[in-house]
Design a protein. Structure first.
Length: 174
């Protein structure tokens, strides 16, 4: 379900994530035209994850002493050269195992807006595979996944999850 190209962040959410005033983001959009958000049917600005990271890059350049124009020029050079803007910090991966596609999508959007990476699994089998392949930091299990096998999935997570092998963060699950 998760797509990096889907616009999901409002300008307010982007401003909070970046620690910038909304007016600054709008000014950059008008003045430099480099990071231009999509507009929904009501005309509200919606940003993709990569666009938020581009704005974060500009802010970081400015924190290092660059002027806004120079920071946007550096961003334009990276974009033209096809060099990706580095993602900010390490993002925690959360695995959502839910039987309800709509509930999972809603939870995914909320978690993405808070800066987490999200992997959605709609069956127990998908969740087990994702747990082994992706090694998430946290697993959220709907007990009704795959017809009520959520408790079995929790046991599997406890035995085979990243914390049992020492790869995860935090104390072991007991």
């Amino acid at each position: 379900m998760s797509e990096t190209g889907r616009p999901i962040f409002s300008i307010s959410a982007a401003a909070r994530m970046l620690g910038l005033p909304i007016a600054t983001i709008r000014t950059w959009e008008d003045r430099y035209g480099l990071v231009v958000p999509h507009r929904n049917a009501s005309g509200h600005r919606l940003y993709r994850r990569d666009e938020v990271e581009q704005l974060r890059f500009v802010r970081a350049c400015m924190a290092d002493g660059a002027r806004a124009a120079d920071a946007h020029r550096l961003l334009a050079e990276r974009i033209d050269a096809g060099v990706p803007v580095p993602a900010h910090g390490t993002r925690l991966l959360i695995l959502l195992a839910d039987h309800d596609r709509y509930s999972a999508e809603y939870q995914e959007r909320l978690l993405l807006a808070e800066g987490f990476d999200v992997q959605v699994a709609l069956t127990e089998e998908e969740a087990r595979r994702s747990l082994v392949e992706k090694s998430p930091s946290l697993v959220v299990v709907d007990l009704l996944v795959s017809g009520g096998t959520g408790l079995d999935l929790c046991r599997f997570c406890k035995r085979h999850g990243p914390r049992s092998g020492g790869r995860g963060v935090g104390p072991p699950v007991s």
